[in-house]
Design a protein around this ligand. Structure first.
Ligand code: S3P
Length: 434
């Protein structure tokens, strides 16, 4: 699908964004492994989470999805069944990597694959520790790439020192550790998002966190829970940046998850000079939640690197847009992980935003944006990457230029109503073509 966007007006009023993708995946998986029912409200019915639903159903779990309310009939830690079909994770790295952790613990055989993007993304980061725990895993390039087949069972506890700050790696090892006797531990170089730890504790697992070290006692009994999923800060980020850079904006985004392992984007926007205010701060299902007010402001360029990177890795494409509208230079470093996301996001940001006239120089581990360039009308391609699609559209709105974009349907991966949200309040004029 192609979308044509004509520049838009300021953002005013209130919006909500769909549920958090990371938390939605975890609620499904832990709900499946728990005893009794788990009811999830605020669930993100985006394509990635629906891939997790589909895989869990193939493993014998009954799941009823009614828009943003989901009921999972937990089968208990030992109740999954060998699937007779291949599990397709679609575009979703979280589905593939977290389920690999679960499958490592199962005394049966499973084959896992994904779409053409996911089949190029590195899996050795989870395969390697899971093999050390006792799983047999085969695949192309010695098991580095999907499709992968797994013969699990006989898990041994592991003390894993992860070379990466990756919540997917940490979660895969912890999920496998549910099946091992004794304590499985993961230490990371920087702290990655901690939704798994919070939710495991809520479901009844014994888990301890000390800085960047997590310890989990194996073979717990998990109890089904009511999980309320807050709005995804990674989706809210598109509107926080849009309102910051479009003069005359004054917007409230309600019910946003503000877990400190995810709020790097707020810290950077504030440093850039954004006018952000958090209010109604509360805790829901063990996760911090707030409403966020944002007003337009003059932004300035900043340096982004070091420990903050895992706290904003998914927001770097939209922060590049903020930087395009800021005074001076913004330099992103220590973010080589961007090269192995849904697309190579360093190359996509430099090339696709470059078509709009942005001055972005790619680097091995990031990029440099020189702000303040007037934008030009352009024909771009989201490259099938949801976050590139949404970031491009915000750049065009704020730059008041006509943008044509191919593979615009990719927004449905994490934000199914994104184009409708842009339409609301006549923020912009959009036209769609097949
Ligand atoms: C996620 C972890 C992050 C993030 C991804 C979702 C998760 O990936 O980029 O969008 O839900 O655990 P890494 O674990 O690879 O850093």
């Amino acid at each position: 699908m192609k979308v044509v966007i004509e520049g838009g007006g300021p953002l005013r009023g209130e919006i909500t964004v769909p549920g958090d993708k990371s938390i939605s995946h975890r609620a499904l998986i832990l709900g499946a492994l728990a005893e009794g029912e788990t009811e999830i409200s605020g669930f993100l019915a985006g394509e990635d989470c629906l891939s997790t639903v589909d895989c869990l159903r193939k493993l014998g779990v009954e799941i009823a999805v009614q828009e943003s309310t989901v009921r999972v009939a937990g089968v208990g830690l030992y109740g999954l069944r060998e699937p007779s079909a291949i599990l397709d994770c679609g575009n979703s790295g979280t589905t593939a990597r977290l389920l690999l952790g679960v499958l490592a613990g199962q005394p049966f055989y499973t084959v896992l694959t994904g779409d053409s993007s996911l089949r190029q993304r590195p899996m050795s980061r989870v395969v390697e520790p899971l093999r050390r725990m006792g799983a047999a895993i085969w695949g192309r390039s010695q098991g580095k790439l999907l499709p992968l087949s797994v013969q699990g069972g006989g898990m041994r506890a592991l003390e894993y020192v992860s070379p990466l700050a990756s919540a997917q790696v940490k979660s895969a090892v912890l999920l496998a550790g549910l099946y091992a006797q004794g304590i499985t531990a993961v230490r990371e170089p920087e702290k990655s998002r901690d939704h798994s730890e919070r939710m495991l504790a809520a479901f009844g697992a014994a888990i301890e966190v000390e800085g960047n070290l997590v310890r989990l006692q194996g073979q717990p009994r998990l109890q089904g829970q009511a999980v309320r999923v807050p709005g995804d800060i990674s989706s809210a980020a598109f509107f926080l940046v849009a309102a910051s850079i479009m003069p005359g904006s004054d917007l409230i985004v309600r019910n946003v998850g503000v877990n400190p392992t995810r709020t790097g984007v707020l810290d950077v926007l504030r440093e850039m000079g954004a006018a952000l205010e958090l209010f109604n701060q509360r805790l829901e299902s063990g996760e911090p939640v707030a409403d966020i007010r944002v007003q337009s402001a003059d932004l300035r360029g900043v340096e982004i690197g070091g420990e903050i990177i895992p706290r904003l890795i998914d927001e770097l494409p939209i922060l590049a847009v903020a930087a395009m509208f800021a005074d001076g230079e913004t330099c992103v470093r220590d973010a080589a992980e961007l090269r192995v996301k849904e697309t190579d996001r360093i190359e996509a940001v430099a090339k696709e935003f470059g078509k709009l006239g942005a001055a972005i120089t790619p680097k091995a581990d990031g990029f440099v944006v020189t702000g303040g360039r007037p934008l030009l009308a352009a024909a771009t391609d989201s490259r099938g990457d949801h976050r590139i699609a949404m970031a491009l559209s915000i750049a065009a709105l704020a730059g008041k230029v006509r943008l044509t974009m191919d593979s615009a349907e990719s927004v449905a991966i994490s934000f199914p109503g994104f184009w409708q949200a842009l339409h609301q309040g006549e923020i912009s004029r959009l036209d769609f073509f097949q």
